[in-house]
Design a protein around this ligand. Sequence first.
Ligand SMILES: [Zn+2]
Length: 396
Amino acid sequence: MSSVSRHINTTRLIRTYNASTLLQTLYRHGSCSRTQLAKLTGMSPATITRITAQLMEQGIVLEGKVGKSTGGRKPVYLHIDHSKLYIASLKLLRDDCRAALLDLKGNILEKKHLPWGEGPEQFLQQAVAALQAMFAHAGVKDQQILGVGVAISGICHPGEGKVIRSVNLDWVEVPVAELLGSALQVPIFIENDANACALAELWLGTARDAANSLYLKTEEGAGAGIISNKALLNGSHYMTGEIGHIPLIPQGQRCRCGQRGCLEPYVYFGDVQARYADKTGRQVTREQFLDLIRSGDGAALELVQETADALALACAHWSTLLDLDVITIGGFWGTLQNEVIKRCQDYCAATAKQSGLPCTVTITGSSFKNEDADLLGAAGLVIDRWFAPLSVPFRR
Ligand SMILES: [Zn+2]
């Protein structure tokens, strides 16, 4: 039995097409009357009445304030009871593994650092124990948890719930969903970390109103998650967005992969730190590097400009190739509004103008603190599986 099909009544109801559509509408709009829901979803008033009654019986939807009458009965506004449902998330990067419990709005209620284990089985057992302890501490029952989202640095097969290959974790063909699902009676969803972050921005952050967006993960490496028409692109081999080692800049910086000009040495913070040390003989932390930028240190500004130019080039290519509304640059580089974000935006506008195209892309930093981005990404994955329009199947 799969980890998904083992789940129980409340979640089975939510998964039905009509309930999911209705919840998605309430999730997006906050609160709606039954008449508004009928208009927004295209469902008949009778169907809306039946589905809302079922959702209210399960305690997922509540009646709230009463509106003014426009002739007939006064409308009653419905909303999701955010205290009834929770999401758990796991962030798996070798240097930083964490577990979190979140509410449906993406607020982190509790988070825990997870020590790295000897192998996948041992590590995932620790993760299960940490999650169970968090659920117990918060007094949350299994049936209130929509799922555990897992954001993993590596190539993942979301449908089979496994890691195909993670260089970062040194894992090959690890059935993560099966290992977690055998101990936790909740659905398990796994996804590549950049893809998960793209979903978090779609549901909770900068790309909420965008149909087409791209999230660029930086700092630990370079990877992109792409949302096309509000759905995540995975590609034929689950490698969409693996852009870190595709040479972009002729005769650019040497990369650890042996090539020159990949995006990775420009955005991987350790490589930039190493180049700063080569230039100045000084080892600096991220905070010190930021202070140096703010104080106008020449070597630091030169390196930032080099990274900003590489990112600007990448943004111009991607925004046109995919006709994007939003590009979100995650991590440290996305926090440099003038030095990086504005430079990328200006370059996209300039290249679009020269090629006779309108510049319609907005480039922005992430909505989330960097250490929380993957945990919110994993939560975004769960939200996406439950609340995305079911024109796509529940298990993609
Ligand atoms: Zn490379």
